[in-house]
Design a protein around this ligand. Sequence first.
Ligand SMILES: Cc1ncc(COP(=O)(O)O)c(C=O)c1O
Length: 375
Amino acid sequence: MSIQMVDLRGQYLRIKDEVDAGIARVLESTQFIRGSELTAFEAELSNALDGVGTLGVANGTDALQIAFMALGIGPGDEVIAPSFTFVATAEAVGLLGATPVFADIDPTTFNLDPTAVESLITNRTKAIVPVHLFGQCADLDPLLTMACSNNVALIEDTAQAVGASYKGRAAGTMGGFGTLSFFPSKNLGCYGDGGAVLSPIPDWLEQARLISNHGSSKKYHNEVIGVNSRLDAMQAAILRAKLPHLESFTRARQDAADRYDALLADISTIATPVRAEYGTHVFHQYTIRVLGNDPKQRDALMSHLKAEGIPSYVYYPIPLHLLPIYRENADSCRVGDMTHTLVAANEVLSLPMHTELTVDQQEQVTDAIRDFFRS
Ligand SMILES: Cc1ncc(COP(=O)(O)O)c(C=O)c1O
């Protein structure tokens, strides 16, 4: 069996009966939009995440946009986010006419550095968006304190970290809003697009629900400008089949990460992921650093692995503030010092990581890495 970055088929075959039964249920009911599958999934997801309020939406990007809209973010407002993330974190900020402000990361966790955020807060700041990158929470307590004392909202982009925890609390449940992505390769992935908005504040969640359904709670009585963004019943049924397995899927990822750590411990030219003491890491990605701040060396390792039939991937080669959408229009963002972000973009390499990874496959990956540094 060839080594893959993500093995969706292998996982599906393990839980096929449950998934197929869910899909059949939806086909029999012909209730494809909203309805009982979605309601049941929202309740089960809430139960799995410390009882937080949940709203299924069409994808994780929409989840962020809906959270921003529910907070009334618009022209003249600023939203602070990391630059070392997927573009979706900041995409909707510009769409709503507001300005993203990019802050540097903590080099140990790749996550938003609270000190860097503090220096960027102004009276235009409306929200701070930490991203729990690669499956590990940002250091939330200082960010929550900062958000509270400056009267700004905190939105946890939890697309990559469902099931992770911070000081015993579930990722995505501590800010005014949390957002999830159920993109197929995510730790809890559906078989298409899907996402969720989370909030512990009932009024905020209801506002998000209104916005996600054309801005109306009563058909043809639209109250606010909204969007059409719903988690469809088929995806909800698939997620209902997968959610009971999330804990064991997470354990499989953590076991694989521990194994990689041990197998790579003797290679001094790379750094394995650091687990912060404050929480658990669910390893959406297992991301090493090829030390030396030299992307050519990292890319050479990637090519060597490819020649050996081993996939790897750079998440993310270009920090957001250097993307054409932001760089070529000086007014479209504001940027803090980016020292650690720039080094991370030059050094990171994500290795195959999924629930079906075997010991033998991991040894092949790490042997190939060792060969590269020996030659
Ligand atoms: C950090 C982060 N935020 C947001 C998103 C957007 O999620 P989706 O692809 O479901 O729109 C992703 C997905 O790739 C992500 O990794």
